[in-house]
Design a protein around this ligand. Structure first.
Ligand code: SF4
Length: 311
């Protein structure tokens, strides 16, 4: 069925809604003192900056206080799903007996929602039409997994499910990149840290899981490239064209440097800090209701760093 005739998936929201989440990323996930976080925090322990109403007490000053890692993470809507659906609005402060289960389920749900993000993108990509039926089936199976109760979600073999979905995503990648004429560059998993790629023709390139930390990608042509899991921390995307690239997430964008000349896929937005001075390392994206959205980090129990998307 042509892409424009496909019914839109009945979506769980894949955008973070911090106002309907019990600050799960500020509690459930650990972080280590580093350039991204000013302190160590173990999994399941609330951050000392977290307020009683689940807002961040230093929201307006995160970057200057050494918490840039907080400002890039994004749960793909897993936080409100776990808070409001899986646990039916019971928060971990008022129901401490359920806290452990909630913190266990959250990172699993995040991985599932991340997969839904990629599947949803694939289902709206015309070049992927030959596999739309299989994608739709994978979408339905993934949504069904997210709708389970806490015990069911905790038992999901999420690595196996990711591998199954990734088989389809690889086919989508081949279809999209295969439509680009000429020779395409192959950089899957490549170490391109600090690479000088200014103005490079990376159209249709395979950059799955590539390390592009600090790379100079100014004015690079990344159209129709596969960017799943690529690590863009500190990469310079000013003037780069990422339109029609596939599997790029807001986290990756937030973690990079860019400006008004950076061209992004329609589903993504330029973070507000791109108007500021380029930061060292990670970058900020202050979000709604006094708590930031944080992107990337894959579905692992990490708060920042290398995306853990399928590669
Ligand atoms: S956003 Fe970061 S600093 Fe603020 S409460 Fe959450 S974990 Fe702590």
């Amino acid at each position: 069925m042509p892409a424009d005739q496909l019914p839109p998936p009945t979506t769980p929201s894949l955008n973070a809604d911090c106002g309907n989440c019990f600050a799960l990323c500020c509690v459930a996930l650990p972080f280590a003192r580093s350039a991204d976080f000013a302190v160590d925090k173990s999994a399941g322990r609330p951050c000392t900056n977290l307020l009683d109403d689940f807002r961040c007490g230093i929201h307006t000053d995160l970057r200057h206080r050494g918490f840039t890692g907080c400002t890039v993470y994004d749960c793909f809507g897993a936080g409100q799903k776990v808070s409001q659906q899986t646990f039916e609005g019971r928060d971990w402060r008022r129901d401490p007996a359920g806290a452990g289960a909630m913190f266990e389920v959250f990172p699993i749900m995040r991985q599932l929602h991340e997969l839904l993000w990629y599947l949803n993108e694939s289902l709206t990509t015309a070049a992927a039409e030959p596999v739309h039926a299989e994608l739709r089936d994978a979408w339905d199976r993934t949504v069904e997994l997210t709708d389970g109760d806490a015990g069911s979600v905790a038992r999901i073999d999420v690595d196996r499910h990711r591998q199954e979905v990734n088989v389809l995503l690889l086919r989508v990648s081949e279809l999209v990149r295969g439509a680009v004429p000429g020779r395409k560059r192959e950089h899957r998993g490549a170490d391109l840290i600090g690479a000088k790629l200014r103005g490079a023709n990376l159209r249709g390139a395979n950059l799955r899981g590539a390390y592009l930390i600090g790379a100079d990608l100014r004015k690079a042509d990344l159209r129709s490239s596969d960017l799943i899991g690529a690590d863009f921390r500190g990469a310079d995307l000013r003037g780069a064209d990422l339109t029609e690239s596939i599997f790029l997430t807001q986290f990756q964008v937030n973690a990079a440097k860019g400006d008004a000349t950076t061209r992004l896929p329609a589903a993504l937005t330029a973070p507000s800090h791109w108007g500021d001075s380029p930061p060292e390392g990670l970058t900020a994206n202050p979000a709604s209701r006094g708590r930031p959205r944080r992107a990337g980090g894959g579905g692992t129990r990490r708060r920042s760093g290398r995306p853990a998307a399928p590669r």
